[in-house]
Design a binder for this molecule. Structure first.
Ligand code: AMP
Ligand code: GLY
Length: 422
């Protein structure tokens, strides 16, 4: 079948890499894609939320499956757009319905869902401009640090963790006054959870599910987890501290009630649930849901899946995921993200990238790249992810770092301490 992937990052290159290996895939399209996807698929220049342009492409190219990478099209209802259209309704869309995507699109909605289904998470209250005074009074009842979250999508910047009470009160006022535009019309104030973070990924057809490999992401720009938040600077899978006991708790207390909650609420959901967790003591608690795969977590999770990804997606769409088996590579995978100097603040684009062809025993996933005058040049903050396998994550990460030595672009930066805390 012909397949379309929506998105342009390292996540989407990794999807393309796996899907292109499937005998079930005839022609693969990526929209808009990057220089890496262009080598294994056909890139199509269109915006991921331009549903009419997507429709035209899907009809023209007889596409039978659409795999949605980022959250924006899901939150804007791309699944529902397909299902409501007579010409598109039989196309398999891998991603939840608009109502399902609210689990990521609204932090308040996600908290209500967790509370309704008994899923462990931080205590919280939510506030609007009309209840600013109550919000500030609520902050006084909490202990530092204070966790303030914009309800809506804010490009990963909507969560503030603040030590000082007065500063937290001021920030609450600014957020409710439009600091993140409409995204912070409502602000969720949460109990701070102290522990180590990990992520669990689930593929569901809305009833049945498969738990995919765990991963840990390194979100801060600086060594030792310091500095500004980024989209993610590196990742490791599996997470070494997750033993069978913790995994069982995660599945029983979090994964099952999440999928059962979707069923009880009649939510159509055929896609990924990315569950951000904090291990507090010995117990997992949910920090957030995302309704898509993570980036760069995908760059370590998908390469470890040995099963045919297109077959799994087909079963996801048809509601027969329980008939499938999931085969996982037992080795560890690590990835290190190379970014443009200045990221996550202002950075330049268009820098020539050299050395990609000299990489050995690692996989180069393109994130922000484009081809220009025969060169591969930088086209984003996060530029390339270098993924490696080995029997343990320490050896795998060594391979990634050895190969990174061979790669170059002006003002290239990366963290040299991925996995330092494990
Ligand atoms: P989120 O966008 O909800 O994943 O939040 C971004 C980051 O903020 C998370 O990855 C955590 O590091 C941190 N965070 C969010 N909520 C909490 C919480 N309740 N307690 C501690 N850290 C948190
Ligand atoms: N790496 C975190 C995310 O994709 O949201």
């Amino acid at each position: 079948m012909n397949i379309l992937i929506l998105g342009s990052g390292g996540r989407e290159h990794t999807f393309a890499y796996k899907i292109a290996q499937s005998p079930l895939c005839d022609t693969l399209f990526v929209a808009p894609g990057n220089a890496g996807t262009a080598q294994i698929a056909t890139n199509v220049a269109l915006g991921v939320t331009d549903f009419e342009a997507i429709k035209t492409l899907v009809i023209k190219e007889a596409i039978e499956m659409v795999v949605v990478g980022p959250e924006d099209p899901l939150v804007q209802g791309v699944y529902d757009f397909f299902k409501a259209d007579a010409q598109l309704k039989n196309v398999a869309v891998i991603g939840p319905s608009k109502v399902g995507a609210e689990l990521e699109g609204s932090k308040e909605r996600a908290k209500e869902f967790m509370i309704a289904h008994g899923i462990p998470t931080a205590a919280y209250e939510s506030f609007t401009a009309a209840t600013l005074a109550e919000g500030q009074a609520f902050l006084e009842t909490l202990q530092a640090p204070y966790v303030l979250k914009a309800d809506g999508l804010a490009a990963g910047k909507g969560v503030l963790i603040i030590q000082d009470l007065n500063e937290a009160k001021e920030e609450l006022a600014k957020m409710l006054d439009g600091k993140f535009g409409d995204a912070s019309t409502t602000v969720v104030i949460e109990e701070f959870l102290d522990g180590i973070e990990l992520s669990v990924f689930v593929l569901t057809d809305g009833k049945n599910y498969k738990v995919l490999p765990t991963a840990k992401d390194y979100k801060r720009i600086g060594e030792g987890d310091t500095g500004l938040n980024t989209g993610g600077m590196g990742a490791i899978s599996p997470v070494p501290f997750v033993d069978a006991v913790l995994m069982q708790k995660i599945e029983e207390r979090i994964v099952k009630p999440t999928i059962d909650g979707l069923v009880k609420e009649n939510i159509e959901y055929k896609g990924f649930v990315f569950i951000g967790l904090i291990k507090v003591g010995d117990d997992p608690k949910v920090i957030e849901y995302n309704v898509r795969m993570g980036d760069p977590e995908t760059e370590v999770v998908l390469p470890r899946i040995k099963s045919d990804l297109v077959q799994l997606f087909k079963a996801t769409s048809e509601g027969t995921l329980s008939n499938e088996t999931l085969e996982i590579d037992e080795r560890s995978a690590t990835t290190v993200m190379l970014v443009s100097g200045g990221y996550p603040e202002a950075y330049d684009k268009g820098k020539v990238i050299s050395g990609i062809d000299t990489v050995e025993d690692s996989i180069v996933f393109h994130a922000g790249t484009v081809t220009k005058d025969g060169d591969i040049v930088t086209n984003g903050g996060r530029v390339i992810a270098v993924t490696s396998f080995d029997n343990n994550f320490k050896d795998a990460i060594k391979k990634s770092y050895q190969n990174i030595e061979k790669l170059h672009f002006d003002r290239m930066y990366y963290r040299t301490d991925i996995g330092f805390d494990l």
